[in-house]
Design a protein around this ligand. Structure first.
Ligand code: HEM
Ligand SMILES: *[C@@H]1O[C@H](CO)[C@@H](O)[C@H](O)[C@H]1NC(C)=O
Ligand SMILES: *[C@@H]1O[C@H](CO)[C@@H](O)[C@H](O)[C@H]1NC(C)=O
Ligand SMILES: CC(=O)N[C@H]1CO[C@H](CO)[C@@H](O)[C@@H]1O
Length: 489
């Protein structure tokens, strides 16, 4: 009886091995994959992080996996990351085109656009427009400070009390980017605001979740009424909202006098009306939504982690406050330039970003040509996952790779230094397009809030828990904080 079962089992394995996905020649190594299913049965769908850790130990820094029938290559560590994203920049600057996330954007936008002229034109346009709207100039600082007044008011009303900041920073960063894109801010209770934040947060959690993985692995289930349908509905909802805003702009805009991103883009459409161009109203909508999405969850989750760390390490919070008080003495508001006078605060913000590890696996890349990496051959169109967290906590690159310690960004003289391995925004031609805006927000918001308030971990809350909630962006588990107005203010 047992012999039969074992024999049968061996036969099944033998057949499977005959049909197993064969890796291309000289492809990075990895676990044996089943036909059609790939490695999906070997992974935990809820949180595959543990499985990845094990695979890296077995196969090294560059290894491969099969997501259904398609191979992907995982990149870990500074050396491989730099070779791929910086040295072989354009070879690795594509995006996978047949994934769940791509299908939700319907081929528009900049984040998921494949490497090529459409992506390049829109990326350049977005960077230029962000710059013209006052990155580097004062107007963006004014927007951030203006928006912060609402948060400060809310916190002041809660002085001495405990509250849950879960939505607070989402509201702030969403409104800052809305002002750039659409020229208006929303009340935090506004339907627009709550809907758009809800849709994006849900989709961000879904995009790295089990349902998206099944969608990507098993093309035949894509049209079934499974939970991933919700993501497509959410996209329809925000698209409708963006379309309404664009229509409203058309009615009141003065050509050549742009007030915001949408106006700028419409001017560009006028300019290009006779040319064959990739600029279109669909693209405008896609780009606006991409910028909003990319700029909200990332920044706000970093801030949420920041407050959590500052409460867990009160002596670090106090040292920041001393430096802030000293530098800003007699000034009304902080400016972005003040960062050069605040090496400790800078170090703390960077250390928060390093530990928060907000976008752990970057956005997936794809190879644009047949290429090589660390001696392996990788064919064109292979999906590439840059594991940014592996660099952010790599041993040998940091003084204290596994601790929260601002010394990671300070030299012996107490000056701020940024090690090369600091790449929370990724690297190379696809590097985060909003880095400038994000850094300005992180600095001004942190400094302004710490100057006014002390944040205290509630006594009855147990130990702070830094375990992240897994998704495209990592967020801390919901927590409560006690706010206290500072006496010096
Ligand atoms: C702390 C905040 C932020 C973090 C940690 C972050 C991180 C990242 C990362 C890791 C990528 C992927 C890069 C790659 O594919 O290699 C990315 C892409 C991108 N980010 Fe950010 N980001 C942040 C804030 C922002 C903001 C505020 C904006 C909007 C103004 C923004 C807009 C974008 C866009 C448009 C892309 C796609 C670029 C492309 O594909 O060419 N990000 N970001
Ligand atoms: C932020 O928005 C949510 C709704 O999305 C609202 O419930 C909450 O009160 C707002 N928080 C703050 C601090 O304004
Ligand atoms: C990325 O690197 C981190 C740290 O080395 C590791 O814990 C994680 O499992 C890695 N993730 C993947 C997908 O390889
Ligand atoms: C950039 C992009 O979105 N590419 C593809 C995504 O998927 C659609 C099909 O839904 C393609 O048409 C796009 O070219």
């Amino acid at each position: 009886m047992w012999a039969t079962i074992i024999l049968l089992w061996l036969c099944v394995w033998f057949i499977i091995l005959q049909f197993k996905c064969r890796r291309p020649k000289n492809f990075p190594p990895g676990p044996t994959a089943l036909p059609l299913l790939g490695n999906i049965l070997q992974m935990s769908l809820d949180n595959p992080l543990k499985d990845f850790e094990r695979l890296r130990k077995t196969y090294g820094n560059v290894y491969s996996l099969y997501l259904g029938p398609k191979p992907l290559v995982m990149i870990n560590g500074m050396k491989a990351m730099k070779e791929a994203l910086v040295t072989r920049a354009s070879d690795f600057a594509g995006r996978p085109q047949d994934l769940f996330v791509n299908h939700t954007t319907e081929g528009t936008g900049v984040i998921l656009a494949d490497y090529g002229p459409v992506w390049r034109d829109h990326r350049r346009f977005a960077l230029m427009t962000l710059r013209n709207f006052g990155l580097g100039k004062t107007s963006m600082e004014d927007r951030i400070h203006g928006e912060l007044q609402y948060t400060i008011k809310e916190l002041q009303e809660n002085n001495g009390k405990t509250l849950c900041p879960q939505h607070m920073f989402h509201n702030v960063s969403s409104n800052i980017i809305c002002q750039v894109l659409f020229g208006k801010r929303y009340n935090y209770q506004d339907k627009f605001m709550t809907e758009i934040v809800r849709c994006f947060t849900e989709n961000s959690k879904m995009a790295n979740g089990p349902w998206a993985m099944l969608y990507d692995s098993l093309p035949m289930i894509r049209s079934w009424p499974l939970p991933f349908r919700k993501a497509f509905e959410n996209v329809k909802t925000v698209q409708k909202m963006a379309t309404d805003l664009m229509e409203a702009h058309k009615k009141i805009r003065v050509p050549k006098e742009p007030q915001d991103f949408v106006d700028c883009y419409m001017d560009e459409l006028d300019k290009r009306v006779d040319q064959a161009s990739s600029f279109s109203e669909d693209q405008l909508r896609g780009n606006a939504l991409d910028l909003h999405f990319a700029g909200t969850d990332t920044t706000s989750n970093t801030l949420l982690f920041g407050i959590l760390y500052l409460m867990a390490y009160p002596h670090i919070q106090e040292r920041c406050q001393q430096e802030i008080d000293q530098v800003l003495e007699g000034c009304d508001l902080a400016t972005f330039d003040d960062r050069h006078k605040m090496p400790y605060v800078q170090a703390v913000i960077h250390e928060v970003q390093r530990n928060a590890n907000t976008v752990p696996l970057s956005v997936f890349h794809a190879t644009t040509v047949d290429t090589e990496l660390m001696g392996y051959s990788i064919p064109k169109g292979t999906m590439i996952i840059p594991n940014l967290s592996s660099v952010l906590c790599e041993e040998g690159e940091w003084k204290f790779p596994h601790d929260f310690n601002p010394e990671n960004f300070l030299n012996d003289e107490g000056e701020f230094v940024k090690p090369e391995a600091f790449m929370p925004f990724s690297a190379g031609p696809r590097m985060c397009l909003g880095e400038g805006l994000a850094r300005m927000e992180l600095f001004l918001i942190t400094v302004t809030l710490l100057r006014k308030f002390k944040f205290i971990w509630p006594e009855d809350a147990g130990e702070p828990d830094f375990t992240p909630v897994y998704g495209v962006t990592l967020s801390p588990k919901p927590y409560r904080m006690k706010v206290q107005l500072r006496a010096t203010q």
